[in-house]
Design a protein around this ligand. Structure first.
Ligand code: ATP
Length: 209
């Protein structure tokens, strides 16, 4: 047992995955990515962090409260998954660097891994304090259709490292799920059943919503 391990509080994560997203709604692509990363990287826990106000895209029409509730439903049943609401509670744009600093302070001994899809990774050079992010957390990049990457970005040099995951590519997106819901099509097997039920009950993504 090494010295770092001995300082970990019982129950505290030694390796913590941090998975940010809009989750509008969460779908099987998100869950498969998180589970793959958990296993491949040996993570003790994966925190899903729904963005309150994502700074790099148009404001979601779905409320943060609804996205948080859907994400909680989505992770239920996986003991290694949890939802972290700090970005929804924080005022202003949801900057990942703030989230990682807060999680680093809460878990000072944990090794942080930021989980992103390849499309996100390709645009992270525009993120606030990206070099600081790379110093706080190692980056795990999941394969996603439409973006082929194999090289470490310049901003990641000198950071904690970048790992390209060997996950199977799943062509599922929240946009597709929203479009299907809007058209009244089945969401079955694209989102967990509990999420599909909640989308229907809250009448989310309907034309009139
Ligand atoms: P939208 O279609 O609304 O843009 P999205 O499906 O990309 O949404 P987000 O919540 O924006 O979902 O994504 C959160 C993170 O999950 C991002 O890093 C994104 O790259 C990753 N991700 C989402 N879907 C997949 C997928 N099918 N495979 C791999 N990564 C994914």
């Amino acid at each position: 047992m090494n010295a770092d391990r001995r300082r970990v509080r019982p129950g505290a994560p030694g390796k913590l995955g941090v998975f940010g997203g809009t989750f509008d709604p969460p779908h099987v692509g998100h869950l498969a990515l998180a589970e793959w990363a958990r296993e491949e990287l040996g993570l003790d826990r994966v925190l899903f962090v729904p963005a309150g106000a994502p700074p790099h895209r148009a404001a979601p029409r779905t409320s943060a409260a609804s996205r948080l509730a859907l994400t909680r439903l989505a992770v239920r049943g996986n003991a290694a998954f949890a939802v972290e609401p700090m970005e929804v509670r924080r005022r202003g744009p949801s900057y990942t660097v703030d989230t990682l600093r807060a999680l680093g302070a809460r878990h000072p001994v944990a090794e942080l891994w930021l989980l992103v899809g390849a499309d996100t990774y390709a645009s992270m050079n525009t993120w606030r304090e990206i070099a600081a992010i790379a110093h706080i957390a190692a980056i795990a990049v999941a394969a996603r259709p439409g973006t082929r990457l194999s090289r470490r970005a310049a901003w990641a040099r000198g950071g904690r490292g970048v790992r390209f995951l060997g996950n199977p590519v799943l062509d599922v997106s929240s946009s597709t799920v929203r479009e299907r819901a809007r058209a009244g099509h089945s969401l079955r097997y694209l989102v967990p059943d509990s999420v599909a039920v909640a989308i229907a009950a809250r009448r989310l993504y309907r034309r009139s919503a």
